[in-house]
Each structure stands twice: as C-alpha cells, then as structure tokens.
Design a binder for this molecule. Structure first.
Ligand code: FAD
Length: 481
C-alpha cells in the first residue's frame, strides 16, 4: 500500500486546503480508483494507525476536507456513473462513484436514455463539488425550498468502514437513534461529513425535469420596499409553492458591490443588466412549473407583489428556459465566488485569515428583524459583511469580511455570541455546507447534550480508533489518551 501513497510535497500543496482557505498538513496522499482501493487503504490505515481525511472536490466552506495530519484520501479519480435503472416504485435510479462532480453528473444524465428528461435536484451552485462531498456536507442549494434535503434524493449507499469492511444501505432499511429522534441509518452516513466512513458508491434518485423554468431578479432601492416584498412572499408561500416557486434568495448591497469589484470571477455579470448605483439589495426567485399557465401566473403574481411594495417591476430582470435560468443562477453563484475572491485577496496581506461564514436558521422570525440584527452586530463590532441566502425561513448566510487578524478574532467572537443567542432561542446552527473544522466550536456550543452523546457513541462504534476525518464535527481524540 505504502508505494501507492505519494508524499505531500510542493506538487500536492493545493490539497492541504479547501474553499474555506483553512490550511492543513498531511504526510501522504492516495488517489483510489475503485472501492477495492479504498478498502485496501482502510485496512492499511487501521494496521498502521494512520488518520485519514476524505476529500471530494474541496469546494467545502467549513474545512471538512482539510487534513490535520495523517493521510489524504482523495476521491477525484472515482467519477464513473452507471446505467439508469428503475426502483420497485418506478423511481429513476442512477449509481455513481462518489468523486463524480456535479458538472460531470449533469452531462451523464443528459446521455441517459429515458422517456422523461431527468435531473438530480441538489444544486449547491459550485459545479466542481463532488456528489460524495455534497451529500456528506448536506449541501442543498438554492432550490431546497422546493426539493428539500439532499438525503431525499439518495436511495442507497455503499460505505467503507474503518478496517475495510463494506456496508451497503438502502433507504428505509434501518433506523438509528440520534438525540432522542429516530433517523434512517443511511442519513447518518450520507450526512456524516465522513466521520463514520467513506461513501464509496451512491444510488441517486433522479426525477423528471420540470417543463418550464423561469428566473426573476428584483432590485430594491429602499429597505422598506424590500421588507414589504419579502413579507408578501412569505405570506403567499403556500400558493406560490403550489404554482412552482423553487428558490427565493436575498443578496445585500455589500454582496452586490463585491460582485461588481470581482466581476472578472463571473462572466454572468456581463450578461446581467447593469446595476443601478442606488440599488440596496436584490431578490432572486426561480420557478419550476409543469404547465406554461402556472409559469405565467407566478410571473404575474410576483410582478404585482413588487408593484404593491413600491418596487418597479419593469426594472426587474426576467428569463425563461433552462439556459436563461442557468445564466441567472450564475449571477447568484457569483455572490459566493466574489466573497471567496475577497478572502483570497485579503489573505495576501494576512495569511491567517480563513472564511468566516455562518448559516443561522432563524425559524419564522421576521426577515427584517434578522437582517437588522446581523447588520447591527457587524456594525457595532466594526466589521464588514456580505449577507445573502434563503428568504423563506430567514436562513441567511453572513460572511464576515475581516481585513486584519484582530478583526478576524473579533468576527469569531461575534459568531460565537450569535450561536449562544440562537442556542437559547428556538434557532439552531444550520448544518448546511457542513460543520467541518471551522464551525465545530459553534456546533459544540449549540448542539443539545443528548445529540452530542449519540454522535460520540456512533463514532466510537463505527470508527473506534478515530481514524476518519479527525477534528471534523467532533473534537480530535487527545494525543496522549
Ligand atoms: C463558490 C461556492 C458556492 C457555493 N454555494 C453553495 C450553495 O449555494 N449551497 C450549498 O449548500 N453549498 C454551497 N457551497 C459549498 C460546497 O459546494 C459544498 O460544501 C460541497 O457540496 C462540498 O463538496 P466537495 O466535493 O467539494 O466536498 P469536500 O469539500 O471535498 O468535502 C466536504 C466534506 O465531505 C467529506 N467527504 C467528501 N467526499 C466524501 C465521501 N465520498 N465519503 C465521506 N465523506 C466525504 C469531506 O471529508 C468533508 O468533510 C459553495 C461553495 C463554493 C466554493
């Protein structure tokens, strides 16, 4: 086995980090090409006591794929897809290797022969993410209000456990208790951020693509108009969802400004109408409809709501059809890319900076209250931030943008304070994008004791020597017992 593991020298430096820019260290890196290779590696790791960090596309934002010593297990060479099959209930099933990227998966799906045009709903915007990484970190993407959690679109998985044993799980086969609630054992593994084992194969459940897709971008120059529009959206949520609403996303002024500054990161910005300097925020809505009438009705309803909220619907940007919506999605994607680009630039003068983002679920709290709270927190801490994210459920992503290490530490304190406040209220840390290493302390503060006890118990059961993904989600084992 040793001869197949490369020393992490200059050539492999990029593999020591992910999109969070947290920097790790590792002695070796292995690129398995089959499940048998992963099993051989797992047996070797057990024998030699080597810790292993699993990597997919390294687009994670929480440092889950960043090693803390030991060896890297990089799955990028396992990217094959099988043939389409039908489940007992007629579901469309596709088996894939875990390293297949979202981009490759889409191309594979296009090639499939089926009576319906199919798609896999999870879409965390970054198409170089691997399917294994997407499911492991619970990344869902902007259309989660319509399609739900990523786990819903996975029908089964093969998992290589510590020592090399393979376990195969199908949805609905076995339950496990986590924090007093019963959950499907499959979900424990597929959303486990790699701490229980390596996903070596996944059975994805595909579904027919909606026939009509539309995208709408509304721009706001006044907060009052923005808040009124969002409240209307939330009040009409049921009706809009029935018509086909799939995504409702907010982008604040700083996010739009960063996108303009780092425009070269996104070609899509060239296709978008130029931004008026007075624009304070944008709201992106996507609709997936079976019938054209529903698509036209939703377009009309949204235009009316905008007009009633004092936002000029004639200045909105609207597109229809897959390629048009793709362009508009690229625009939303550019928000995350611009925040990342800003971090890369800031790290030139302060290399200790890492991504500082938090996704806090605030239940049904009013949108205006959530935005004002985060803005005020950043302002009083003297920190800049870019805020964007899901409107329905007020699940906003706050990206702090420190320029110095002192500001970075201040930002970490601010996030810990938000986490404590939310732990005391009905909110909880959203595990979307994964907890990884960067959000571990916040997670440990907020997760209920019974939940953490069960996580430790299950980790001990499936990975007694604590070899997989040390330091991700749970604290690393103490070096000296
Ligand atoms: C510009 C940009 C935009 C983004 N936008 C969104 C967004 O809108 N919504 C969203 O949800 N996310 C978003 N993300 C986050 C990111 O795309 C996801 O976290 C991604 O799904 C991770 O996939 P990956 O293959 O890169 O995983 P990695 O970063 O390589 O790994 C992530 C975690 O999964 C584990 N893992 C990977 N493969 C396996 C496996 N086979 N078995 C077991 N464990 C495994 C790793 O150990 C790690 O803990 C964005 C990221 C970027 C850079």
């Amino acid at each position: 086995m040793e001869e197949k593991i490369y020393t992490v020298d200059e050539k492999y430096q990029d593999y020591l980090s992910d999109e969070s820019r947290l920097q790790g260290w590792a002695e070796g890196i292995f690129f398995p090409e089959s499940e048998a290779d992963i099993r051989e590696f797992a047996a070797w790791a057990q024998r030699s006591g080597a810790a292993a960090t699993i990597q997919g596309g390294r687009t994670g934002l929480a440092g889950g794929a960043v090693p803390a010593g030991g060896c890297l297990l990089n799955l990028s060479r396992m990217s094959r897809a099988g043939e389409l099959s039908r489940g007992c209930g007629g579901e469309f099933l596709l088996e894939v290797e875990p390293g297949i990227s979202l981009l490759q998966l889409r191309q594979e799906i296009k090639r499939l022969k089926s009576e319906a045009e199919l798609f896999w709903p999870p879409d965390p915007t970054e198409a170089s993410a691997s399917v294994g990484g997407i499911v492991s970190s619970g990344a869902r993407g902007i259309c989660a209000p319509r399609y739900g959690n990523t786990g819903r679109h996975v029908a089964g998985a093969r998992i290589v456990l510590a020592g090399g044993r393979v376990m195969e799980l199908r949805r609905g086969e076995q339950l496990v208790s986590l924090g007093g609630e019963k959950m499907d054992l499959l979900d424990l593994f597929i959303g486990g951020e790699g701490i229980f084992g390596v996903l070596s194969g996944l059975t994805l459940q595909l579904q027919p693509r909606p026939r009509h897709s539309w995208g709408f971008m509304f721009y706001f120059e006044q907060k009052k108009a923005l808040y009124a529009f969002v409240e209307k959206l939330k009040r009409s949520r049921g009706e809009l969802m029935q018509l086909g609403l799939a995504a409702a996303e907010y982008m604040d002024r700083s996010t739009l400004q960063l996108m303009e500054e780092h425009g070269e990161t996104a070609e899509s910005l060239n296709t978008a109408p130029p931004l008026d300097p007075g624009v304070l925020a944008a709201v992106y809505l996507e609709a997936h409809c079976g019938e054209e009438e529903a698509a036209l009705e939703i377009a009309g309803r949204l235009a009316d709501m905008a007009a009633e909220s004092n936002c000029d619907p004639d200045r909105a940007w609207a597109v229809s059809g897959e390629s048009g919506v793709e362009k508009m999605r690229d625009f939303r994607h550019a928000a995350a890319a611009a925040v990342n680009f800003h971090l890369v630039k800031a790290r030139l003068s302060e290399p200790r900076l890492t991504g500082l983002e938090i996704y806090l679920e605030a239940g049904d709290e009013d949108f205006a209250g959530v935005v004002e709270k985060y803005e005020a927190g950043c302002y009083s801490a003297g920190l800049k931030a870019a805020i964007y994210g899901h409107i329905l459920g007020s699940r906003l992503r706050v990206n702090l943008l420190p320029e110095s290490y002192a500001q970075y530490e201040q930002g970490r304190r601010l996030m810990a304070q938000w986490a404590r406040e939310l732990a005391g209220s009905r909110g909880k840390v959203d595990r979307q994008h994964g907890i990884g290493k960067l959000k571990r302390e916040l997670f440990l503060q907020m997760a209920p004791g019974a939940y953490l006890e069960d996580l430790h118990r299950l980790k001990e059961h499936y990975d007694p020597a604590g070899l997989w993904n040390r330091g991700t989600l749970l604290p690393p084992p103490r070096e000296n017992g």
